[in-house]
Unconditional design. Structure first.
Length: 232
């Protein structure tokens, strides 16, 4: 009588790692986005956004499938799988070199303690329509070299919830100044109220509103429009 050998059961994946720990280890800037309940990790040329439970992450505003298990939320932290950590390590290698050596990630047997991100302040924020363009010029002052997320929302009607328009990431310069052009497309409704939310971490969020009440070239005389309608 022979006994069949059963295959050994696959070992369980190591415990997931907090994104705050991954950021500290791989040299990413960590920012928690309160309005989105998401986390942004950024390095020069690389911006990655994670949401708990989502099978996709945003890489420089491009949707990419998650490697391994989807991110999970626990006790104020977002945790990701070993495969996702490996993907972040590969992205870090494509960015500018780190100025300091990087320590190895903690093993599953040594649960990491969440690392607090550096404090970022946003002291000023303004948004103004750009003459001749369907866009807003957004500028402000923040902690030098900090990475900020600008989210554009639109209020088009009292009976319609706020409409998400777009999201961009900017970095303050050595003097703390940041600026960006935010197109309002496809929400072209004249008279709509637009809100720009600038966020950097869980405790730093500032918003400002701007209303687009005129056509893009309302202040410019267009000779062709002076002609009688029958001649156009």
């Amino acid at each position: 009588m022979t006994t069949a050998l059963l295959p050994l059961a696959a070992s369980a994946d190591p415990a997931p790692t907090a994104l705050a720990v991954v950021a500290k280890t791989l040299g990413y800037h960590y920012a928690y986005l309160g309005p989105d309940e998401a986390v942004v990790l950024s390095r020069p040329g690389v911006v990655v956004l994670f949401r708990p439970g989502s099978p996709l992450y945003e890489l420089n505003d491009r949707a990419v499938p998650i490697d391994g298990a989807v991110p999970s939320y626990k006790e104020g932290e977002i945790y990701v799988s070993r495969d996702t950590v490996a993907a972040l390590r590969r992205l870090a290698a494509t960015s500018a070199p780190l100025a300091r050596p990087v320590a190895a990630l903690p093993t599953a047997a040594e649960p990491p303690a969440p690392a607090a991100p550096g404090r970022v302040t946003i002291d000023a924020l303004s948004a103004t329509p750009i003459d001749g363009d369907q866009a807003l010029h957004v500028e402000g002052q923040a902690t030098p070299f900090s990475t900020l997320t600008l989210t554009l929302l639109a209020k088009v009607s009292k009976s319609i919830p706020d409409v998400f328009v777009r999201r961009v990431h900017v970095t303050a310069d050595r003097h703390g100044v940041f600026a960006s052009r935010l197109p309002i497309a496809p929400v072209y409704f004249t008279g709509s109220l637009y809100t720009v939310v600038a966020s950097a971490d869980a405790d730093t969020t500032r918003s400002v509103s701007a209303t687009v009440t005129e056509f893009p070239n309302a202040k410019t005389r267009i000779p062709s429009e002076d002609l009688p309608r029958a001649m156009r």
